[in-house]
Design a protein around this ligand. Sequence first.
Ligand code: 4NP
Length: 155
Amino acid sequence: MQKILFVCLGNICRSPVAEGIMLHLIEQHKLHGKLHVDSAGTAGYHINEAPDQRTLHNAKKNGVDLSKLRARKFENKDFDSFDKIYVMDESNFVNVTRMTKDKNHHGKIDYLLNVSHTGQNLPVPDPYYGGEQGFEDVFHLVYKACEKLIEFHIK
Ligand code: 4NP
């Protein structure tokens, strides 16, 4: 069982999209016993809240239901509970990395888009302060990376 955690800042826009798409693909490919996924935010602004309305609306439009997800804060014990920690941008990377001095933990952290765009450390841009297109772009960027993750686990 591979355990994967997706991390952004608020856990209401980007990382819930990654979690929801993965849950959707896990269901589709019957990978329940092989993959466990979750998401969290480095900030605690939105703890226990559902994803942002714009995120919910966009994901639903694209066939993914995020309504049952609730925001939580990234915790130090997540380094032990998860095999991989995929962050959305450089700021998430810095925030997560500086929470531990353990090199084994550091090895678990990577940019989500390195799954689809190897070695480029590309960000999933934060759509929070922008318009609808930002949410649509996030969905498709994250979807492509999630499909790759699933491919790795099917092979
Ligand atoms: P997320 O987006 O990190 O993708 O969930 C944000 C959500 C909330 C805030 C910023 C970014 N905020 O400032 O409340």
